[in-house]
Each structure stands twice: as structure tokens, then as C-alpha cells.
Design a protein around this ligand. Structure first.
Ligand SMILES: Nc1ccn([C@@H]2O[C@H](COP(=O)(O)OP(=O)(O)OP(=O)(O)O)[C@@H](O)[C@H]2O)c(=O)n1
Ligand SMILES: C[C@](O)(CO)[C@H](O)COP(=O)(O)O
Length: 257
């Protein structure tokens, strides 16, 4: 454990009280599941790039004083111009770094650009552009209260089956088990961390994972949930673009966003 963490002889490492908060936004993915086009984070939602919506959502929290955007490997200049072209809160600093081949690598590159004084680090998918600020703040509050890792989570509405994956696309897959749905959660971002814990997780875990919190689980440290939000959904497939634009239209009607 690094000296940056709060001394905690009896418990897990935790962020120093009142530690400043940085957000790392991985935005370097191609968006293959969305279909052909520009990198997903640069595609427009109601005329504004998804990434700009995501940056606004994180910078809306008065606790977030640094945002590190992890751009497509060949796109930092374009992303810097995009950030310059949009009005963003003056109390927040913005940094852009090039991303890697996988989400995990991109997060590690973004994390390396966070100065050590930021004791709390959020990792937020650019592909979740509409996360409400209350969700962001709930994650920050739980990390500041002493949890080394916090994830926003929602109960599932579908029943989930474990299968023996087919080797050919579309082939029937034998069902192996039906996990008890009441014990399952779908997790979202931002995921929040004591900075030293996240750095250690990225230094230690080398296998592929699909979220950062699972790396902390592998260290044997506790990860806790806070309530997620249905508007924090991930834009993954084309129908998600329709939903995101509908959410924006509803917000515009309700509060002029
Ligand atoms: N090499 C990568 C891959 C993904 N991401 C980011 O990680 C987040 C979650 O990934 P996902 O939704 O899977 O995005 P893509 O990898 O772009 O999607 P796909 O798998 O459909 O290509 C996105 O904000 C994406 O930009 C990243 O920064 N670097
Ligand atoms: C991190 C994440 O958004 C949590 O649900 C998710 O695991 C990212 O998955 P993806 O397949 O890389 O989009």
C-alpha cells in the first residue's frame, strides 16, 4: 500500500480525508458494436460528441477538479480541439492523453497522468455520457467515507443463464446454471477508487478484465456498491443511440439541458 492512502491498520486502504478527486475518462474505443463510423466517443448525440456529454456529466460534480480524457491513439489533437470548442467549468483542469489497445490499457495510461495529490480517482466510460451528477457524487462520497473501491449498480430485470459458449455464432448453447437473480447486479461507471489502491490493482493484475473494480477484488480488497441510475446506461449498440437522444430530449423538455 502506498503512503498516499489513509493509515488504517485494522482495515483496507482508503483515501485521505478530503482528498481531491480526478476523473479518468477512457474514450479510445472504436465502437465496433455500434457499427461503422467515427470512434464511438466522437459520434454525436443531438449534435454534440458523446465524449463532450460524458465530460460535462463528470465535471458537473463540484468535487471533480481534474478530468483526464483518454483519446483514440491518433486522436489527442482532435479531442483537445473539441474540449476547447465547448464551454466547460473553469474550476476543472482538463488533460488529454492517447489511449491503448484495450480499455484496461487506456485506463492505465489515463491513471498515469493523474498527479499523486489526487487521492480519489473515478474511472468513467465515455460510452456512458448521461450519468446524472447525483450518481457521480454518491460514488465520491462512498470513497471519501473509506471504501477502497465503489461501483454504481442496478438490480437485473432479465433472468440470467450461464451457458457453455457455442463455437459457431448462432448455434444453440447448453444452459449450465441459473444464478439467483436477487444476488446479481449490473454495474456501471463511474467506478471510484482510493488512488493508491487503483494504481496497485493496475500494476498487479495482468489478465484481461472488463471493469476496474474486479482488479481490486483480485487484490482481496473490498468493493462496495451504491445505487446506479438507469440514465447511466452504456451506449453499445445502435438502439442505445436512439435511447440516449430520447433521454436528452426529455431532459431538454424538463429542465432545458
Ligand atoms: N482500447 C480501448 C477500448 C475501449 N475504451 C473505452 O472504454 C469504454 C467502454 O468500452 P466499450 O463500450 O466496449 O467501447 P468500445 O471498445 O469502443 O466498443 P466496442 O467493444 O463495441 O468496440 C468506452 O468509453 C471506450 O471508449 C478505451 O478507452 N480504449
Ligand atoms: C466498465 C463497464 O462499463 C462496467 O459495466 C463495462 O464492463 C465495460 O464493458 P465494455 O464491454 O468494455 O463496454
Amino acid at each position: 500500500m502506498s503512503d498516499e492512502s489513509r493509515p488504517s491498520p485494522a482495515g483496507p486502504p482508503s483515501a485521505p480525508a478530503g482528498a481531491p478527486v480526478a476523473a479518468v475518462i477512457p474514450a479510445a474505443g472504436r465502437g465496433v458494436r455500434l457499427g461503422p463510423g467515427a470512434p464511438k466517443a466522437l459520434r454525436a448525440l443531438n449534435g454534440t460528441p458523446m465524449l463532450i456529454h460524458a465530460v460535462h456529466s463528470l465535471a458537473a460534480s463540484r468535487h471533480v477538479s481534474l478530468v483526464v480524457v483518454v483519446a483514440p491513439a491518433d486522436g489527442p489533437t482532435e479531442v483537445k480541439s473539441l474540449l476547447d470548442a465547448h464551454a466547460l467549468p473553469e474550476r476543472t483542469d482538463f488533460v488529454v492523453v492517447p489511449g491503448g489497445e484495450s480499455r484496461q490499457e487506456s485506463v492505465a495510461l489515463g491513471l498515469a497522468a493523474v498527479p499523486p495529490e489526487y487521492g480519489v480517482v473515478l474511472v468513467h466510460d465515455a460510452a456512458r455520457p448521461l450519468v446524472p451528477v447525483d450518481t457521480v457524487d454518491a460514488v465520491i462520497e462512498a470513497v471519501r467515507a473509506g471504501a477502497p473501491a465503489v461501483v454504481p449498480a442496478l438490480p437485473l430485470t432479465d433472468t440470467v443463464k450461464e451457458v457453455e459458449p457455442a463455437t459457431e455464432p448462432g448455434a444453440p448453447e447448453p444452459v449450465v446454471a441459473t444464478p439467483e437473480r436477487a444476488r446479481l447486479r449490473a454495474v456501471q461507471t463511474p467506478q471510484g477508487f482510493d488512488r493508491a489502491t487503483l494504481v496497485r490493482a493496475h500494476e498487479t493484475v495482468t489478465e484481461d478484465v472488463t471493469d476496474d473494480a474486479s482488479m481490486v477484488e483480485q487484490l482481496g480488497l473490498p468493493v462496495v456498491t451504491v445505487p446506479g441510475h438507469e440514465e447511466a446506461f452504456k451506449v453499445t449498440r445502435p438502439l442505445d443511440l436512439v435511447l440516449a437522444e430520447a433521454v436528452l430530449a426529455r431532459r431538454r423538455l424538463n429542465d432545458g439541458y
